[in-house]
Design a protein around this ligand. Structure first.
Ligand code: ADP
Ligand code: ZN
Length: 713
């Protein structure tokens, strides 16, 4: 027997399949999709078995595989195929795709090995008469059948040892999961609304079909998901539920645990590698039928999928931002098709591209137009230019009045400021010197809690300057972030405020604790960055205040208006979700911008129409496809030179088929001491350009000084 093994040749950044001979004693263990250890030059490499060959003749001598690593398939047939699809779609090596699909603990070439976890139990071996502590232990075992070894040791570890030595009791080991949690399943009786029922009846199981569920915030999408999954379980099939960032959705996880109990696995970014491995094994061992997780959970090794659900489908988190840069929706479409099952993309603010697909009948459009409580929030735009002239600084008078009103009524408030830190720029008013990150060349942000200046990209920190290093004049601070706003808000209201941003949620479980505390009424105001806008459901929140509604408009991204509408709509959706009427105040310097006006009218359709006009004019998706070639390296002259070379090559090849822009510096031209340039291609058909673009990507794979990455938008 011989096998074809896929290995990674790191130095050249390529992967390749080699044929090895299988020694007789390993033959029974050989399966496609398991990992094996093979000799390669003078090293040992881990690789995946791609093919098994019997009775094949070779006219050269083959090396033997050294060992078999897995007893069960780590990549099932469907996932092996999916990896090939991903590799083609993202122009990445096949092995990097397989690595991405596996939990860290199983990645070939992992340095430290993660093992299954076992717990020791004691059972009775023979019934001999014993006395004292030994009798106590034996009786306990008789009562319970088996006990934890730990329990026996608590009574007396020396007696336990004696009993074991005399073989009166026996130790057995059982495999356990590090992530065993309490079963909190409870029956609930939710009466579905007629809108929910209608949507559910439109979703056909046992048939491949992608759906776009466009449901306004608070329209009860979760209940639709749950009901579809119930039907899928009745058919003995499995479900994958994806959320943008699992640590941000403790409320959703809680709901699923309550409804489905122990058959839910949760692939949480905050889990340790061992815990992730165990959740993954629950799937392989068929002990769970539902997986909730962030994008990588799309690779859950289920074999009989009945539905895939992608909640908040517009989120950028569904696109991996390092190689392989796959789009989760592409992967989901592939798996749904293979499994002949529906894919449900849910959002209150679908991406422009997804909504266009729905309009073109590529996705079937389902709608929930009304909130469960039938009460959309009342949204007011405040022109901050005017308001500042009247003397306000952070908060407009109307927002302050409304906050105070809610405090009196014992209702709750959410405040959004999409900027963390205390002050955001430290510079010298005399000579203009600005304190910047030496690695990234962007202004450092002052954090008052740690009394340090910090780079928000690479994490570099240093002490605060008091005087300008150039002219010795005093350094001044400008701008403000959530930390400063929290202080100001406290001075005005004396309310109980809790801040939620990257800095206050870095510890494991901190985020869930803030949410629980706020839910329990331990705070009046939740203040934070965009984290506060996502998926939260607090019945007592009746006011949402947005401090800088236009912040995301200034980002150099063709989707900046889309992101602004999304953020404002999502955060507005946190207000008035139960029986109390909700209000929203959006402070902005661009009160007439269509993304803000449409968000204030809760009017997705008008926003979509306006946005399409601009996309058409500027030749952006959905009218054109867009890809970026990112050229980076430590030597800025070299990447400039190579960038120009690539553009001139592309111009000779693709002039008539694509619009080629660049090379230009990226919006953050230097990150972590790496210089970054970009080339942008706008094109109609992927087939027209893929060959020439692939040529570039492959050509630079083994170049150590210039890194070329491709990103399809
Ligand atoms: P969405 O995800 O669409 O923003 P949710 O699924 O969070 O909305 O639902 C909004 C609120 O309405 C939640 O508090 C949920 O428990 C409640 N809800 C959903 N469906 C029903 C129903 N049929 N009857 C009563 N309450 C419901
Ligand atoms: Zn930095």
């Amino acid at each position: 027997m011989t096998v074809d093994v896929l290995v990674e040749i790191k130095a050249k950044n390529i992967d390749k399949t080699f044929t090895y001979h299988v020694p007789k004693q390993l033959e029974t263990k050989i399966k496609i999709g398991i990992r094996v250890l093979v000799p390669f030059s003078n090293r040992k490499l881990e690789g995946f078995i791609m093919k098994i060959n019997n009775n094949q003749k070779y006219d050269y001598e083959l090396k033997d595989i050294i060992d078999v690593i897995d007893d069960k398939q780590v990549l099932n047939d469907e996932l092996l195929q999916l990896g090939k699809y991903m590799s083609k779609k993202t122009l990445s090596t096949l092995i990097s795709c397989y690595q991405t699909m596996l939990p860290t603990a199983l990645k070939a070439k992992q340095g430290k090995k993660i093992n299954k976890k076992y717990v020791s139990y004691l059972i009775l071996n023979n019934d001999t008469i014993v006395k004292g502590k030994q009798l106590e232990i034996v009786n306990l075992i008789k009562n319970k059948g088996k006990i934890l070894k730990k329990e026996a040791n608590l009574i007396s570890s020396s007696s336990t040892k004696t009993l074991l030595d005399k073989q009166i009791i026996k130790e057995i080991k059982e495999e356990v999961y590090r992530t065993d949690y309490e079963d909190i399943k409870k029956e609930t009786n939710v009466v579905l609304t007629s809108d929910q029922k209608k949507v559910i009846s439109q979703i056909k199981l046992d048939k491949y079909e992608p759906y776009l569920l466009h449901g306004v915030t608070g329209s009860g999408k979760t209940e639709v998901y749950i009901n579809i999954i119930k039907k899928v379980l009745e058919q003995k099939k499995e479900a994958i539920v994806l959320v943008p960032e699992i640590s941000l959705t403790p409320q959703l996880i809680e709901i699923f645990k309550k409804r489905f109990g122990k058959i839910v696995a949760i692939l949480h970014s905050a889990l340790s590698d061992g815990e992730k491995y165990d959740e993954w094994r629950k799937i392989v061992n068929k002990e769970v039928a539902i997986v909730i997780g962030a994008r990588s959970a799309i690779f859950a090794p289920f074999e009989n999928l009945g539905v895939i659900i992608i909640d908040e489908e517009h989120s950028d988190n569904y696109k991996q931002d390092n190689n392989p840069r796959y789009n989760t929706i592409d992967m989901a479409l592939y798996r749904a098709k293979k499994n002949n099952c529906p894919l449900i993309l849910g959002s209150a603010t679908p991406s422009i591209v997804s909504y266009t697909r729905a309009k073109n009948n590529i996705y079937k459009l389902l709608e929930l137009k009304k909130r469960i409580n039938n009460n959309p929030p009342l949204i007011t735009i405040v022109d901050m230019q005017k308001s500042m002239k009247e003397g306000s600084r952070y908060f407009s008078q109307i927002l302050i009045d409304k906050i105070k009103d809610r405090l009196l009524k014992h209702e709750q408030v959410i405040i959004l400021l999409n900027r963390r830190g205390y002050t955001t720029i430290s510079s010298c008013s005399n000579c203009g010197y600005t304190d910047k990150c030496p690695n990234c060349d962007i202004p450092l942000v002052y954090h008052k809690d740690t009394n340090k200046m910090r780079c928000h990209y690479c994490g570099y920190t240093k002490n605060k300057l008091t005087n300008c290093p150039k002219c010795r004049e005093k350094i001044n601070d400008f701008g403000y972030g959530t930390q400063r706003l929290e202080e100001e808000l406290y001075n005005i209201t004396k309310a109980r405020i809790v801040r939620m941003d990257v800095d206050s949620t870095s510890k494991k479980g901190a985020h869930a604790k803030i949410i629980k505390d706020f839910e329990n009424g331990n705070y009046d105001i939740l203040l934070g960055t965009q984290i506060v806008s996502k998926g939260l459901d607090f019945p007592k929140v009746t006011l949402v205040g947005v401090i800088n509604g236009d912040a995301s408009l200034n980002s150099p991204d063709y989707r900046s208006a889309e992101h602004t509408f999304e953020l404002l709509n999502q955060v507005s959706g946190r207000s008035g979700r139960s029986n109390l009427l909700g209000e929203v105040i959006i402070q902005t310097f661009n009160p007439n911008h269509y993304s803000i006006v449409c968000a204030s009218n809760n009017d997705y359709e008008s926003f979509y129409k306006e946005e399409l006009k601009i996309r058409k004019l500027l030749k952006y998706p959905p009218y054109y496809n867009l890809l970026t070639l990112r050229i980076s390296g430590k030597d800025s002259d070299l990447i400039d030179k190579e960038g120009k070379k690539i553009v001139s090559y592309l111009n000779t090849k693709l002039k008539s088929k694509a619009i080629i822009l660049g090379p230009s510096m990226e919006s953050l031209p230097k990150l972590n001491n790496v210089y970054r340039m970009q080339i942008i291609l706008k094109y109609k058909k992927t087939n027209d350009i893929i060959e020439d673009v692939s040529f570039i990507v492959y050509k630079y794979r083994s170049n150590r000084n210039v890194n070329v990455e491709i990103c399809f938008h």
